[in-house]
Design a protein. Structure first.
Lengths: 388, 388
């Protein structure tokens, strides 16, 4: 019999134009906000200015910290926290892709508690975080799910650790404004990578040994939306219906992460983008995903069969056959968007596999344990080899 | 394009045996709890004693208020609040069916703020509730959804108003423990009525003009579970798988209420059980439901068609035909459980329809407004007449 634990205390405000409702939702949450964002796109689109104006309308002063890069690193987080402390902010806005929102969460922990973010992580000093500034998430990509989960992924370049961690109540956004209109300018390749991140959140939650009917129904629904609408947004980024569908798929997938969580495919990917920060997370997931499913096939084929029937409409009653076809379809789907890139083309050397496996297994043992078949460090190496 | 607002800050702990995890989840929430429950069943089953012991294990003293009856009334709520104040409790446990949990929520509002519960309602003095004691919900039926929503339904016998209202953050349970094992002793007719309450929460949220993909996917999933498992639990109440499926259907339906909400069928039912408190809410919904769908047919047939295809597996491509068959199937489904009872057999007189419509339309105008076709008070009277 199934068990479910569900807790998602974020106000999720979803829909075209919802950014303009920001004043209503931030009122009373603080007096001075740090807006954490990237160097370019939210400025170019005018979104940053709009957010500053909306905060001002709610009586909130803004300070902009615009140094966030993809695959955000610890140094930037700690620098942002210094700014937050110096400016005496009491509210943090993550505006941009997953990296901006994740950084906002990490800055909130570091700034409120005073030491380097890493000191509060489970692989750092594990100091107890006693609080955090309220976080508002305004995603401009449709993949990370950070708007509906308490997690953040930050890379420590010194140790090569790309760590995903959550701090429960402290790092759930208080409010997430998910406005598909802000995603229209996302270029085709980013449209694909971010959507595939959402897709793998759902697929991994679906095969997680703790999967349950709540996350299952959302996972299937969100994967269907990606399969139905990704090509449309890929070919015409301005298509608002496709953006809305993909944005909701991403938030739904974020909810599945919060309810059930991902499995070792995500851990393995953190090895790739942890070793080569130019590897985009969503692409890395595609590099590994189908191979990963093949590797755990004997332990997961029943669930993979259901995934294949529901998401790809496979009409095959034998579970092993259906699962086999499902993985084939996944390769084909990824091929449409040129996502079947083997590791050897990602500027990562075979010689690094042992160290990569060592690091990510150390950080994400709990993801290995919820993967069907309960993978070991040696399994991680073998999956990297298979996907080379 | 769709819009979604989602906010559900309750920790939902779902699964067989989960009552025994109560100590873990209540620790730190208070020192003295008022347990709000009915006169018999939680005592007979030993559940009340188990809860008292678990609270004690978490260092929480208990006071029992066991005067809750079905269709809870204002006098009892205010009496409970007096006990709460006198005993200086700081935590409220709703243990039992919807009436116990709804009463716990209302007692929490009244006890914390000091006046009669009615003074804080929108049809009373509309005083501002400044806070509430934390509420823990432990449902022993699978229908109300009160474990996943901020709403409570309390009847004012003097004014014949059966009012449903929520107080946002204040009346979301902090924790809800949904343990299907506690539902095994529910007799067959209660099994049906409570399940049909859940079914109508989902069906009404599904046809609500504000329906969206989040509540839709949960609504369809929960109705399928009721259709697949109600007969099993009806014939063998001890079947734990059926109880688990129905319990999850109920919680899912509660989530759809919180995300999107019910429509006028629920308002109309409050007329029946408000005028004759012996009418069980879930049965009253069935008395009105199919007739209600027939009445709004022209405005709702497209969504009713989808409901029919998804929940009853109807293979018919014409929407009007599919919707027509769906309503027929709903009558048939209800007939299996003897739920097609016309109003004339509920000891309610035709002469009361005008007054009933007047009262419920006054209380629930906003439910009329989210119903396809936007019903008026006159429509309410006509629906009562059709269902007589």
């Amino acid at each position: 019999m199934f068990e479910i634990f569900s807790y998602l205390p974020t106000k999720i405000v979803f829909g075209v134009g919802k950014v303009d409702e920001l004043p209503k939702f931030v009122k009373g949450l603080g007096k001075k906000a740090l807006i954490v964002t990237g160097r370019k796109s939210t400025k170019a689109s005018g979104l940053l200015d709009r957010v500053i104006q909306h905060l001002s309308a709610a009586g909130i002063e803004s300070v902009v910290f615009d140094k966030i890069t993809p695959n955000p690193i610890l140094e930037t987080v700690d620098e942002g926290a210094e700014v937050a402390i110096k400016e005496r902010i009491d509210l943090i806005i993550g505006l941009g892709g997953g990296s901006a929102i994740d950084s906002a969460k990490a800055i909130s922990i570091a700034a409120y508690n005073g030491e380097s973010y890493w000191d509060y992580t489970r692989v750092g000093k594990s100091l107890k975080a006693k609080g955090a500034y309220p976080i508002i998430a305004i995603p401009t990509t449709h993949g990370t799910g950070a708007e509906a989960d308490p997690f953040m992924v930050i890379t420590n370049t010194k140790t090569k650790e790309k760590l995903g961690q959550g701090f429960g109540d402290l790092t759930f956004p208080k409010v997430s404004i998910v406005d598909p209109e802000t995603m229209k300018t996302l270029p085709p390749n980013q449209t694909v990578y971010t959507s595939m991140d959402a897709f793998y959140h759902s697929l991994e939650a679906f095969i997680n040994i703790n999967a349950n009917p709540y996350s299952d129904v959302l996972a299937i629904d969100s994967m269907k939306r990606v399969v139905s609408y990704l090509r449309i947004a890929y070919e015409n980024g301005e298509d608002l219906e496709a953006r809305t569908q993909l944005a909701w798929a991403s938030t739904e997938a974020g909810i599945t992460e919060t309810i059930t969580g991902v499995v070792a495919n995500h851990a393995l990917e953190h090895g790739l983008s942890g070793f080569n920060e130019k590897v985009v997370h969503g692409l890395g997931l595609c590099t590994l995903g189908p191979t990963f499913l093949e590797y755990i096939f004997d332990h997961a084929f029943k669930k993979i069969a259901v995934f294949g029937r529901e998401v790809f409409g496979i009409l095959e009653y034998d579970d092993k056959k259906a699962a086999y076809i499902a993985i084939k379809k996944l390769w084909e789907f990824q091929e449409v968007f040129k996502c079947n890139i083997p590791i050897r083309k990602l500027d990562i050397s075979k010689e690094d596999f042992e160290e990569m496996a060592e690091i990510v297994y150390g950080m994400f043992k709990e993801l290995a344990e919820v993967t069907p078949g309960k993978l070991t460090k040696e399994d991680f190496v073998k999956i990297y080899e298979k996907a080379y």
